[in-house]
Design a protein around this ligand. Structure first.
Ligand SMILES: NC(=O)c1ccc[n+]([C@@H]2O[C@H](COP(=O)([O-])OP(=O)(O)OC[C@H]3O[C@@H](n4cnc5c(N)ncnc54)[C@H](O)[C@@H]3O)[C@@H](O)[C@H]2O)c1
Length: 323
């Protein structure tokens, strides 16, 4: 069992991954500046409130804790915000990540799992998307992730720095029994927004019903956050066992439309979610579905909670507990 540093461990995906790493017997330390996360999502004893841009504090911590590998979630994640303040995204997602890499190189920690995104592909030429689809981000958020991915390719080549880049599709769901779930502020993700509409009666906006999809609404690959968390355990253990750098999509391989998500919420909550219909949003591809067969074949991961109703039920339970 290893000592693993989780950056952004007070956030949505990081908090779930911390939970599953500990269940697996790993020893975790979390670095988060709490700019967008919640202290209560991390046991106080393992939370260090540090901004990743503080290289010296990271170096001290990594030495004190004898860190063996890093799972790097910390970033800003809102596509819309990145088009208003691109500099914020390059400063935090790229600049602070360089600080982390410098601390890792200084202390000789050369194993990293990196949170990348389907946004690296932009509007893909083919769906399901495989990892060999070229980088083609269409917003500063996606570009910031691609920049880090490219740095990792060079660090692998010249500094024996081994990294697994995981390109997530739409993370959702929750572990309500552990008190963990999705709480972005402002929330931009579909499932929590629909659940909020059910709770408040305020309609959620559906962007576009004239896409070239069977029911006219956008199709996305919704992956349960706990399945995603488990993918990180496979990835970090691969690196700890001396495995090579690689890149993997993480999704279920099955797309669901906005209307299918609305129907699932109705089944789970017993209430019809109120919604209004707006125009298409610029840059929203009709369909984004992962081909995750590489992750399944090479690392042995598979999603165990892929049913949409299970995802929605877990998210609903969390939302009701945090009303
Ligand atoms: N949520 C998704 O659907 C999704 C999809 C694709 C990729 N990702 C990536 O996954 C990662 C985690 O996403 P999330 O949904 O859990 O986001 P989140 O906002 O819930 O968590 C991010 C955490 O990072 C922390 N943080 C940000 N900048 C920091 C800094 N400079 N120093 C220290 N801590 C800092 C925040 O306080 C927050 O707790 C991100 O890198 C994101 O780009 C998320």
């Amino acid at each position: 069992m290893a000592k693993i540093l989780v950056t952004g461990g007070a956030g949505f995906i990081g908090s779930h991954t911390r939970y599953f790493l500990e269940k697996q017997g790993h020893n975790v330390i979390v670095v988060d500046n709490l700019s967008r996360g919640y202290a209560e999502s991390v046991p106080a004893a393992i939370l260090r409130q540090i901004n990743l841009k503080d290289t010296d504090r990271l170096i001290d911590l990594m030495r004190q804790e004898a860190v063996e590998a890093v799972i790097h979630f910390a970033a800003y994640i809102s596509v819309g915000e990145s088009t208003v303040f691109p500099e914020l995204y390059f400063t935090n997602n790229v600049g602070a990540t360089i600080s982390l890499f410098n601390a890792m190189l200084e202390t000789g920690v050369k194993k990293l799992v990196f949170s990348s995104t389907a946004a690296a592909y932009g509007i893909p030429a083919k769906v399901p998307i495989t990892e060999d689809e070229p980088y083609a981000p269409i917003n500063p958020y996606g570009e910031s992730k691609v920049m880090v991915e490219k740095m990792l390719e060079w660090l692998d080549k010249y500094r024996e720095f081994r990294a697994i880049r995981l390109r997530y599709f739409n993370a959702c769901g929750a572990e309500p029994e552990a008190g963990l779930g999705e709480r972005h502020d402002p929330e931009t993700h579909l499932i929590p927004l629909i659940l909020k509409a059910v709770q408040t009666g305020e309609p959620v906006k559906v962007f576009g019903i004239d896409y070239p999809t069977p029911d006219g609404t956008c199709i996305r690959d919704y992956i349960h956050v706990s399945d995603l968390a488990e993918a990180h355990i496979f990835a970090v253990e691969h690196l700890l066992n001396g495995g090579a750098s690689d890149v993997f999509n993480v999704g279920t391989g099955h797309g669901k439309s906005v209307k299918e998500v609305l129907a699932s919420v109705e089944r789970v909550t017993g209430k019809k979610p109120p919604f209004t219909i707006g125009p298409r949003r610029e840059g929203d591809p009709p369909s984004l579905v992962a081909d995750s067969s590489k992750l399944q074949t090479k690392l042995g991961w598979s999603p165990k909670r892929a049913e949409l109703d299970k995802i929605v039920a877990d998210a609903w339970q969390f939302a009701e507990n945090h009303r």
